[in-house]
Design a protein around this ligand. Sequence first.
Ligand code: TPP
Length: 590
Amino acid sequence: MSINPHLDVVTAFVSELAQLGVKHVCISPGSRSTPLTISFARHGECKTWTLLDERSAAFFALGLARSSGEPVVLVCTSGTAAANYLPAVVEARYSRVPLIVLTADRPTELRNVGTNQTIEQVGLYGAHVKWSIEMPTPDGAKELLAHARSTAARSVAIALSTPKGPVHINWPFREPLLPPYEVQDEVNTQLPKGLHIESGQRQLTASRLEYLAKMLTSIENGLFVVGPQFQQELAAPLLEVATRLQFPVLADPLSQMRAVSEEVDLTCVVDRYDTLLRHSDLMQGEIWDKLKPDVVIRLGQAPTSKVLGAYLSKLDDVRQIVVDESDEWRDPLFRASELWLTDPVILFSELKELLPQRETSLFAQHWLSLNDSIEKRQVFEVEHIEEQYVGEDLPHLFEGRIFTELARVLPLDARLFVGNSMPVRDVDSFFPKMHKSLFMLANRGASGIDGIVSSALGACAGTSRKTVLVIGDVSFYHDLNGLLIAKQYQLDLTIILVHNDGGGIFSFLPQATQEDVFPYFETPHGLEFQSVIEMYGGSYHQVHTWSDFEVKMNAAMENHGLQVLELRTVRALNVEMHRKIFSACRDVLL
Ligand code: TPP
């Protein structure tokens, strides 16, 4: 037995994680976590990321795990270090991202007795983790090696089982944590390694599938609504089913069904529902009847568009089916009449083989031709709205146009990360459906404006694909710390910073009319970000026109490192432009 028992147990744990294919570990500095840090650093099979700020580290791990679909490990010391993981753990829980959170702790005898840097860590993340366990304090007992291996395997299995999500393992370590010692041979030789985990997705039986295929074929007017979901492979089978059935698909930009490869049929995709449905006063009489479905089939998280949510709520006499791989209740509208608890990729891949091609559908034509007319009008308005402000001494780039421009200039297979607040709403309203495969990401599990820079850096860390983040200035400010990761690891992230000096979204809300209290919401800060960006080794460019934007974006796609393109906009003007564009599109409905 070694003099110091920690490393044997932790090494057994770490080597089991590596055997099971864990590739990335994000380590923040601290003394109590020394056995974990040494073990990961020396083991050599996992890529280690040294990240100073635990809050940012956890969001980075989240971005990395979401974009790869594989579990990422976090390691930190005891105390508030562990508490700083909470926001990202919450996001991971609600957006189903696999994280393995390892927090170091003092042994039980040193808790609740006034010991320094010791807080209640057992169960720290509450219901926001799928599983949590406290390890026994390593004491040299050989059985703990087997337990450590088994726990590592179990943490991977649970993080990856449906629905994916975070797990927490609290590690008590008794001093001395050092000096360094040799790992005993028996850790590597005498125990079973690499537990094989056989697991499957939920699947329906052949007879149920046949029944559903018949049932779907008998529906005249069906409508798909696909909210945020991050399986790119769902687009092809689902859109094929939609084409066969002639069911329109209202596709959230985060559904991965707006920007797809050439071979995927986009005919049924409706991308302008947010503009169409916001005119709820016109949604009655003839238009309402023409667009009203007999059945709605919903997938993914709740759609980004508020007006789409309101529309679905209004369809309270319509049969609504929720398809989900897990039995978490994805029905915030309480309108579901059926739940199909099955893996959507498998379901639609199998269904498409069973469905005949429907010739035409008047219902689909109504949706798609209206979508077409709105799109034409909206594209025209977006291109011309700024002309109304020429001559005014204000920056007047229209924030929504970022996404029509990006649709053109983003290279094939790029990743587009959108910040919460207006970026995610603008991508919904203005990003067109197109044949160019892109991966669209955002933190929509809990929709925080924190940690977005770090999450986007995590998303670009695991790939050679170009990654672009669109973010508001308040969200950018919130996560300035995250920029260090770009400098440390020379990550190629291009950030489009929409600087309207405050929370622009609040100017759209009724709070904007309450002048005395509005400053509590809009929070202008007067910050200039150039020097901070440069401090982190980034290059900063202001953009003044759209041709300038294109030139700088193209250059950014060629260059390396952190690049920030800043657009200065004016909150009040931005609201006015959005309203003018939406109201011009209203004419299409009259
Ligand atoms: N704090 C967190 C952590 N998350 C939140 N979602 C909020 C507060 C509430 N919130 C939503 S949007 C927003 C705030 C404070 C303003 C964001 O401003 P900015 O990032 O500049 O984007 P803009 O509204 O200008 O598009």
